[in-house]
Design a protein around this ligand. Structure first.
Ligand code: ADP
Ligand code: MG
Ligand code: ZN
Length: 478
């Protein structure tokens, strides 16, 4: 390519705390009724005093430690002054020259800073049927908002996507945010310019806002690279502006050109104390970090022999990953050579599918990992066909019972009559000389293999106990 893309991200994340950043109001992103979780502090009434939410500060520090950033030993909040309908108090408490975290790396991208601020209110426009109004809902005002800024190290949409997804996994793993982009809990802004290969200087950057999916992030970058290249090719200039993303068309659209740089008149927030973090405190935070995605990836690959793609699938579903590990250890107790791939496949397709249709996550599903592992065991040893297993799984979720009980209760009808089973048993014996020879040599487990073959032949309809009996009987005649 003629031009080198220079891309940096600014990512805002709403933190998952009980209360808001500077008051005791509930931080509840699911609150539908407007102006419910409000008080004079988050409404910005004169004369009120903020207090710092320790959990929110801790969340930022923990993320900083997790990505290898440097934590400022001394820090403070600043006032950023501007007026907007969603910020009628005239200033936002943020951090300017002393962010909690500086530096760190993720997916090969350097982090510039991570700081903490308060979110603003949200505006809703009336439907315009009678008169046009804009309503302001303060439920979101004062919610802890973390801002992470990267260096412009990113080269394309694909890398931005990998960065965003890994950051999301880490934040979920640290349990500091659900980071759901559709809900606006994680908001990504792209800064992008193109540089001519021979130049050393960066070009004019364009900022893209309101990207509410990773697809939009990657798509807008690809589109901007093309748009800006074409402008430069035809000798035109890229203008500094803010653009939005049109999801239907897959294009970016100009929203506003940057007039002149804002002067926010930052100054240290006079109503809040300076913060100092002791070495001891930071050490205890570091010690409290859970196993991070990168470590988990390594361990899952060694312990379970899953592909990187399969591991990432599990890492994106935190509760699914916990469920998976528990089920694997249950399965290993039942059978020496546990078929982990089989368990993974049933978990990520059937089990997850059931959870989804019930609107549950994997933690809420009505099947304990032990029961699920038992089901996999029965599939692995040939007792259950996949068709029956799928039905059984549904019944397990409905009743909360284990598969054995459901089978015994007769929810599942097996084919048990000898007349129809004996010819099948004989056919399987004829076709599997090796297994038969092994059995004759005293390898008892060969029978499980033969039963499995017969189960396959009957599409899982046969009663496996009956089959076992018949195999013993028929093999005894040889
Ligand atoms: P601003 O003050 O305009 O917001 P910052 O220095 O805070 O700029 O940077 C905001 C983001 O833009 C960062 O992610 C940074 O890496 C990125 N950035 C800065 N300059 C450029 C550029 N010329 N091209 C692309 N991205 C840039
Ligand atoms: Mg900025
Ligand atoms: Zn409040």
């Amino acid at each position: 390519m003629k031009y080198i893309p220079v891309i940096g991200l600014e990512i805002h994340t709403e933190l998952k705390t009980e209360s808001k950043m500077f008051c005791a109001c509930a931080n509840n992103p699911d609150e539908k009724s407007p102006n419910t979780n409000i008080c004079p502090i988050c409404m910005g009434h004169p004369g009120t005093l903020p207090t710092i939410n320790k959990k929110a500060v801790e969340a930022v520090l923990r993320l900083g430690i997790a990505i290898g950033g440097a934590i400022s030993r001394k820090s403070h909040f600043d006032r950023k002054s501007y007026f907007y309908p969603d910020l009628p108090k005239g200033y936002q408490i943020s951090q300017y020259d002393a962010p909690f975290v500086e530096g760190g790396v993720l997916e090969g991208v350097k982090i510039k800073r991570i700081h903490l601020e308060e979110d603003v209110a949200s505006s809703k426009h009336s439907d315009g049927k009678e008169e046009n109004y804009t309503f302001v809902d303060f439920n979101r005002a004062g919610v802890p908002l973390m801002e992470l800024v990267t260096e412009p190290d990113i080269k394309d949409g694909e890398q931005a996507l990998r960065f965003g997804k890994e950051l999301q996994r880490i934040m979920r793993c640290l349990n500091i945010s659900d980071a759901d982009m559709e809900k606006g809990q994680m908001r990504v802004e792209v800064n992008i310019s193109l540089m001519k290969e021979k130049d050393k200087e960066w070009g004019t950057k364009v900022e893209i806002k309101n990207l509410n999916s990773f697809r939009a992030v990657a798509g807008s970058i690809d589109y901007e690279i093309k748009r800006q290249s074409e402008l430069l090719d035809s000798g035109e200039k890229v203008i500094q502006e803010t653009r939005g993303w049109n999801d239907q068309k897959g294009t970016t659209v100009s929203q506003r050109t940057k007039e002149s740089a804002h002067d926010y008149r930052y100054f240290p927030e006079p109503d809040l104390p300076e913060l100092t973090f002791t070495e001891e405190y930071l050490k205890s935070l570091k010690a409290s970090l859970p196993e991070l995605p990168e470590e988990k990836r390594k361990r899952f690959s060694e312990e379970f022999n899953l592909s990187q793609h399969q591991i990432d699938d599990l890492l994106d579903d935190q509760h699914g990953a916990i469920y998976f590990e528990e089920a694997v250890s249950e399965l290993k107790e039942k059978i020496e050579s546990a078929n982990i791939q089989l368990l993974f496949n049933y978990l990520t397709s059937d089990l997850r599918g059931i959870a989804k249709t019930r609107g549950k996550d994997m933690r809420e599903i009505n099947i304990p990992p032990e029961h699920f592992a038992h089901l996999i065991f029965l599939i692995q040893n040939g007792t259950l066909s996949s068709r029956i297993a799928k039905d059984l799984l549904l019944k397990m979720e409905e009743t909360g019972s284990d598969p054995e009980t459901l089978i015994k209760e007769g929810g599942i009808q097996f084919m048990g009559d000898e007349e129809s089973l004996i010819p099948i048993v004989q056919e399987i014996i004829e076709k599997n000389e090796k297994a038969v020879a092994d059995y004759k040599k005293g390898k008892g487990s060969s029978i499980a293999f033969l039963v499995g073959q017969a189960m396959g032949k009957t599409k899982g309809q046969a009663d496996p106990e009956k089959l076992r009996e018949l195999f013993k009987q028929e093999l005894g005649k040889i």
